[in-house]
Design a protein around this ligand. Structure first.
Ligand code: HEC
Ligand code: HEC
Length: 525
């Protein structure tokens, strides 16, 4: 009874707001207007006032690597509406990190980019509500530049209810979900969510026999969000590519590389530079071998203890990335939706558009013959469609490269060369300042600014003393750091957003251990 009344009220509110505004029209400015016109002073009030579309499409994160803490009973909520062009997040318990803030992401459809903002609500209702600038340093530390959403790729979203695509809740998830649903109706924030009970039902994650029979496809909320974000991400990537001067001349080779079924890439270039391209392409592939394996290992680590097993096919993006980096001069480091920026995982749920599709649409706009041949493809590398691509590509690139001779491999490609490996078992040096391990500067950048809790990583003397003190969940600061460096830390592992190898981890561990010993001796003196 109470429930249906609450539902009825919130539906009315939603209808009142969304009658004039469709899902995609309720964006950041509408939210700001709502806060101002209604004098909203708390996260609770804001969530209650949002349109029903946002409050009925969401996912629940029970272990988050973001600025907002999460637990199974008090998950972080990601509201995404029916198109994910405006996304809003909040969490629950007042003791959780970031619980007085709401985070938003808006897709700017005019410029095809993403804008992240944070809204801080005052501790007491007298204070002001503050709204951060778009894509502040605090957000781009993890969302990158250009800023993009961070969302794991199917089939795993470790730490999000329904973490395994196509499977129901695990026993541990089901237990957490029961705890959440038990408080949801009474909680000042969570009660504004519509249809939360569905998160406890198997059909939300796995298509029932009846649904399959009726041809209804069930897409879990995590997969829905993946598909929507992938669509927007692809749109922004295409727009970035198209803004490069070399794009037009390379559109055919880009399409061939993206489709990957039209034979060797060098054949799309003028004969005079084919050997050089083939050489560089081999080098490029060698340098990139293994990057996706690292990310798969990171995902597996976050699933451990929950019977995780990750298998991922080869990303197959190498050729396309080669053309984009080498010929358009654009970095592809930030393409993935995964937090691990040095990986190139482009997995997306079925139904999400691919770069090949959007490139085809784009090239097809001015090439009717291409569209016709596509319909009759025989899917061999010498079918007429591929022949057409090759011919058009060579023609366009002959003109381009006669005006813009191909330079030697640029620094961006050279930079990807693995750094000369040091012997991980070599005894660590006594001179701690001189032996700063790789990635220490990354710890510094997040922990001496506005992202993570303050830890003096840039000051070895101060750090040495802090290491042997403190009362962290895993002991002293040193113990907490060692725990965070281990893969077992799962969602809590450090350095956040960066996948490191075992040898790199060992060097970091050795550095902190040595420094900690120094700190222990000093405080004993
Ligand atoms: C320490 C890393 C980190 C920082 C810093 C960070 N985020 Fe995120 N963000 C994440 C992760 C990880 C996710 C994926 C969902 C999750 O695990 O909670 C995410 C997801 C989001 C989402 C949901 C849409 C999406 O990208 O999947 C929004 C909105 C968001 N963040 C906003 C912000 C804003 C605004 C800031 C700056 C105030 C910010 N984030 C800073 C890690 C971070
Ligand atoms: C991209 C940003 C980012 C990077 C890089 C990063 N951290 Fe963190 N770190 C965070 C955030 C955010 C938190 C707080 C959330 C949490 O506890 O997981 C955190 C928490 C911690 C904590 C727990 C502190 C506390 O007060 O509970 C430790 C210890 C830590 N990080 C160590 C490191 C070390 C060591 C590195 C480098 C190897 C590193 N971090 C790199 C963002 C980062």
């Amino acid at each position: 009874m109470r429930r249906s009344r609450a539902l009825y009220l919130s539906l009315c509110l939603g209808v009142a707001l969304s009658a004039t505004a469709s899902a995609s029209q309720f964006g950041f400015e509408s939210m700001r207007g709502l806060i101002e016109s209604r004098g909203i002073k708390s996260v609770d009030e804001l969530i209650a006032a949002l349109p029903a579309d946002l409050r009925s499409h969401y996912t629940l994160v029970f272990a988050s690597r973001s600025l907002q803490g999460a637990t199974p009973a008090n998950p972080r909520v990601i509201l995404f509406g029916s198109d994910a062009e405006f996304v809003l997040t909040f969490n629950g318990a007042p003791t959780e990190r970031g619980s007085s803030a709401v985070e938003t992401m808006e897709f700017d459809a005019r410029n095809n980019n993403f804008q992240f903002r944070e809204i801080q609500f005052p501790a007491d209702k007298g204070g002001p509500v503050t709204i951060s600038e778009a894509n502040s340093a605090r957000c781009v530390a993890c969302h990158g530049q250009p800023a993009r959403p961070v969302w794991d790729t199917p089939p795993f979203w470790p730490g999000v209810y329904g973490e395994r695509y196509g499977a129901g809740l695990s026993a541990a998830e089901a237990q957490g979900m029961r705890a959440f649903l038990a408080l949801q109706q009474r909680d000042a924030r969570y009660r504004s969510l519509l249809g939360a009970a569905a998160f406890g039902q198997r059909e939300t994650y796995v298509a029932s026999a009846r649904a399959v029979y009726n041809g209804v496809s069930t897409t879990s909320p995590n997969a829905q969000l993946s598909a929507l974000l992938t669509r927007l991400n692809i749109r922004s990537i295409l727009s970035e590519m198209a803004s490069r001067p070399a794009f037009d001349a390379h559109r055919y080779v880009l399409l061939a590389a993206a489709e990957g079924s039209c034979g060797p890439l060098p054949e799309y270039y003028p004969a005079s530079i084919r050997d050089q391209i083939a050489d560089e392409l081999r080098g490029f592939r060698r340098m990139n071998a293994g990057t996706d394996r690292l990310q798969a290992a990171a995902v597996a680590a976050r699933l451990t203890g929950r019977n995780g097993r990750v298998q991922r096919g080869a990303a197959g993006l190498d050729d396309l990335r080669f053309v984009v980096e080498r010929n358009l001069g654009l970095s592809t480091q930030q393409w993935t939706l995964a937090l691990e920026r040095n990986t190139y995982d482009a997995s997306a749920p079925e139904g999400a558009p691919t770069l090949a599709q959007v490139l085809f649409e784009r090239v097809g706009l001015t090439d009717e013959e291409l569209r016709g041949l596509h319909a009759y493809r025989s899917f061999t590398s010498d079918d007429r469609y591929c022949e057409h691509l090759r011919r058009q590509s060579v023609r366009a690139l002959e003109a381009w490269y006669s005006a813009h001779p191909l330079p030697a491999a640029p620094a961006s490609v050279a930079r990807l060369e693995p750094s000369p490996s040091r012997d991980p078992d070599a005894p660590s040096s006594q001179n701690l300042v001189a032996s700063k391990p790789e990635f220490l500067d990354r710890c510094t950048s997040c922990h001496t600014g506005q992202v993570g809790p303050f830890i003096p990583f840039a000051d070895p003397g101060a750090l040495a003393q802090r290491l042997v003190q403190g009362n962290y969940p895993h002991g002293r600061l040193l113990d907490e750091i060692l725990y965070r460096l281990a893969p077992e830390a799962g969602a809590q592992s450090m350095p956040r957003g960066i996948t490191i190898s075992a040898a790199q981890r060992r060097r970091l561990e050795d550095y902190f251990l040595d420094l900690g010993q120094g700190g222990a001796t000093r405080s004993a003196l």
